[in-house]
Structures are given as C-alpha cells and as structure tokens.
Design a protein around this ligand. Structure first.
Ligand code: HEC
Length: 158
C-alpha cells in the first residue's frame, strides 16, 4: 500500500515535469537567428548572381541607371508610391535590417530574391512595384551581382 502511494506520487511528479518542459518549449521566444527575414511577394529561388563575385564600383553605375528612379540617390529616399500602405517606395539605405547578414552568401541571397523576381508592396493598388530584373532579363547575372555588391556596401553588417 505504502509502495503504491510512492509510485503514484512519483508518476504524478514525472507527468508534471514533462508537462512543464512541453509548455516551456511551446512558449519559448524565437531567437534572433530565426527572426523573420523580409521576402518579396513574387516566388522563386536565388539566381546565378549569388554564386558570382560582384564589383561594387560597377554596381554603382548599374544602380544609377536602374534603381535611383524609385529608391533615390544611393537608395536613400524612396519616391512617393500612391496606393501602397507605406506611401513611398522603401529606402534601401538604410535597408530593412532583416535583410542584412554577416554571411556574404546569405546577404546576397536576401537581396537577390527581390532583384530577380520583383515584389508588389502591400496596399490597395500600389502605383509602383519592385521590378523583376532577373526574370525580365533586364539585368544579366553579373550585373545583378555587381548591384548587390553596391547595395551591401551601402549597408555593411554591424
Ligand atoms: C519601379 C520602381 C522600382 C525600381 C526601378 C526598383 N525598385 Fe526596388 N523596390 C520597389 C518597391 C515598390 C519595393 C517594395 C516591395 C515590397 O514592399 O514588397 C522595392 C523593394 C526593394 C528591395 C527590398 C527592400 C525592403 O525593404 O524590403 C530591394 C533590396 C530593392 N528593392 C532593390 C532594388 C534594386 C537594386 C533596384 C535596381 C536594380 C531596384 N530595387 C529598382 C520599387 C522599385
């Protein structure tokens, strides 16, 4: 009789313990490494550009020719974007912090996904969307690598 009581107590304590661990696991906050990274609305994987070495000097010219009209000089001032929730095209200097990574390939991939496939911003009827420079073949993989090198040089990892 005494022995059964001990057994039951032990089983109850063990059950509570398992429950507590389960609860802790479910309510644990995500760490920084699992924080949500901004992604474009258009689907698709990384392009060839992420395997190439970019030249930031060449990228500056490509940026002037293709990106300044929406993101402003050096990406510092996005132009007005009627019908979008933000009201303007996002500045990309400083860029959305979730896109920055200390790992060069991860950083390049985060930028590449937007540049390859484009993205429609949130809002009823945005006048401007991010163009799909890779899918449209407006830029070649090496040019995309160069512009990625330029944009990441403007926003170095801290
Ligand atoms: C026609 C206007 C337009 C042009 C041209 C344009 N963009 Fe964009 N870009 C946008 C808009 C609008 C967004 C926001 C998309 C969203 O919210 O999903 C954006 C988003 C981005 C983002 C993601 C930034 C963030 O905060 O999420 C990057 C990176 C980017 N653009 C880079 C470039 C580069 C590099 C070029 C030139 C090769 C370029 N863009 C040309 C309109 C443009």
């Amino acid at each position: 009789m005494k022995l059964t009581g001990v057994r039951i107590t032990f089983a109850a304590v063990a059950a509570l313990f398992i429950l507590a661990i389960g609860l802790a696991a479910c309510t644990a906050k995500p760490t920084d490494s699992t924080a949500k990274v901004a992604r474009p609305s258009k689907p698709g994987g990384a392009g060839q550009a992420v395997s190439l070495t970019g030249d930031a000097i060449k990228g500056a010219d490509i940026f002037k020719a293709n990106c300044v009209r929406c993101h402003g000089e050096e990406g510092k001032t996005g132009v007005a974007n009627a019908g979008s929730t933000d009201g303007t095209v996002p500045a990309i200097t400083p860029i959305d912090e979730s896109l920055i990574s200390k790992d060069p390939k991860t950083y390049a991939t985060n930028l590449d996904l937007f540049i390859e496939h484009g993205s429609v911003p949130a809002g009823d009827n945005p006048a401007l969307s991010m163009s799909a420079f890779g899918d449209d073949k407006t830029l070649q993989p090496q040019e995309i690598a160069d512009v990625i090198a330029y944009v990441s040089s403007l926003n170095p990892p801290k």
